[in-house]
Design a protein around this ligand. Structure first.
Ligand code: VAH
Length: 282
């Protein structure tokens, strides 16, 4: 793993970790050569909400960073994975369901940068034979702290409810968004990366597990935390969520390379309550 921030104890003890700045092309070359890197999994990006607060930085990290990564992959013939997102669609796209191929006019710099990443990756694949692979993820739910995404209410609610019993949600109760538990996200990534290229009909696939609303998530949590109290105060992130898919059609991934999710809403809630409780047991 690599980043520009220090690893947590768990990450540092889990395998090799190195400083890498995707804006430093020479530094990336040094790592690829000296560590004989063959696959590059590129997750660095400013997510939807935080990108709107710092567009120049989002352009540098999400677009200039992608240029470095895709050029590096071409130069050293790396297999490269770049995630895309439900945020790569916009209000003109069909929202329920949203198919793999349809109009993409996202209204966030995050979404614009991810459409750019999809198109650049496909171009390098078709023009230079680069083994570029991309999955459009829904909101990915894990016990890691929220990372500036619009879907991160579904992460923050678990931390807040276990600490105080209450949570003020920044989206309306009926805001439906596609979601996935982190274990399904990582398994989809691995399964897709090891799939023989002959099975791939395209290089950008939608994947998802479920779609839920804040009120549906609250009801599922209440089965285990009956004292939960939720209030709603929509903010600018509501406008972003209203431009996104409500239900993701991932039938092509399920047909072409056998994608299957394993976590539905009830199983996600059980896993998240367990994961987050561990963080508060001192
Ligand atoms: C965000 N979690 O909310 C990210 C994601 C589905 C959107 O890419 O910005």
């Amino acid at each position: 793993m690599s980043d520009i921030i220090k690893p947590t104890k768990a990450v540092a003890e889990n395998g090799p970790y190195i400083f890498a700045d995707i804006l430093d092309f020479k530094g990336l070359q040094d790592i690829v050569v000296n560590h004989r890197i063959d696959w590059l999994i590129h997750f660095s990006a400013l997510l939807s909400a935080i990108g709107e607060q710092n567009v120049p930085l989002a352009v540098r990290v999400n677009i200039e960073g992608m240029h470095n990564v895709i050029e590096l992959a071409k130069q050293y013939k790396l297999r490269v994975f770049v995630p895309s997102t439900i945020g790569a669609f916009g209000p003109e796209s069909p929202r329920n369901p949203t198919p793999n191929v349809t109009i993409q006019r996202p209204k966030t710099i995050y979404g614009v940068s991810k459409v750019h990443a999809e198109l650049m990756g496909e171009y390098y694949h078709h023009s230079f034979g680069l083994d570029f692979r991309c999955l459009r993820f829904p909101g990915v739910i894990s016990s890691d702290p929220p990372g500036g995404g619009t879907t991160d209410y579904a992460v923050a609610i678990f931390h807040e409810v276990l600490r105080t019993g209450r949570y003020e949600c920044y989206l309306k109760p009926d805001t439906r968004l596609p979601m996935m538990y982190i274990n399904d996200c990582l398994r989809a990534l691995w399964q897709y990366m090891v799939t023989p290229k002959e099975k791939l009909k395209r290089r950008v696939y939608n994947v998802t597990a479920m779609s839920f609303t804040p009120e549906e998530l609250t009801a599922a949590i209440a089965k285990h935390v009956p004292e939960i109290r939720i209030s709603y105060r929509p903010d600018s992130r509501q406008h972003i969520a209203d431009s996104w898919p409500q239900v993701f059609d991932d039938s092509e991934a399920r047909h072409d390379w056998g994608w299957r999710h394993e976590y539905d809403l009830d199983r996600l809630v059980l896993a998240m309550l367990e994961d987050v409780k561990k963080q508060y047991i001192t």
